[in-house]
Design a protein around this ligand. Sequence first.
Ligand SMILES: [Fe+2]
Ligand SMILES: [Fe+2]
Length: 275
Amino acid sequence: MRILFLGDVMGRAGRRAITENLAAMRADWRLDFVVVNGENATSGAGLSPDHAKVLLEAGADAITLGDHAFDQKDMMGFIESEPRIIRPLNFSKAAPGRGARVFDAPGGRKVLVAQVLGQVFMKRPFDDPFSHLDTVLKAHPMGGMVNASLVDIHCEATSEKMGVGHYCDGRASIVVGTHTHVPTADAMILPGGTAFQSDAGMCGDYNSVIGMEKDEPMRRFVTGMPKGRFTPAAGEATLSGLYVETDDRTGKATRVVMIRKGGRLAQASPAEAPD
Ligand SMILES: [Fe+2]
Ligand SMILES: [Fe+2]
């Protein structure tokens, strides 16, 4: 199966890059399944129902969220009516929606999508992600119930992300990190057959501080004094993520390519498009 994952969509610039490019990428790269992280798509904080519809209509088969899952309060109700949106398994015992789901892909194939939050350096305490993942992966074995599975590990620390990657190695097709908004250069296939990258990077304007206009974060760093609000940077976005090919029979990854398309990151290092 040919699967594309795109990291945190950041505000209007990120949404625009998705709506302008994803349909062509789906066709040109003959993608079977696309997962997009949408936790920052609305003003950099959360995902509104309208913007969720934009991402789905643009070509996302599934949307994952993160610690900002419910910053847009309308998502609390909307997620119950839109099963293509996945929030972290360990967000809260009281959270609406689901943290994992099996999706249909072309040819009768099945894809599991799951998301967990990490615990290291996060602003709020979350439950142990490993036990949640263990339960979900045991219930959905690759080569049995599903043809492929993707885990979005949403956290700060690269060490924790790598820990989750190795924990899932051989049990998931893809483990990909989100949340830090800067892509790491460690795309690889782990020994057990799981495609992994510590962070996918964001779909946003990289002339920024992790997707936000520079002025306010720079003021806070340099002077220690907040003055205004954070607003998403509005320049051309880079679509950042991971392209993975998997074996439908075993679910294991056979190829992984880091994707950076458009905007500043692609100027420095063009996207290596799948052929
Ligand atoms: Fe986040
Ligand atoms: Fe994010």
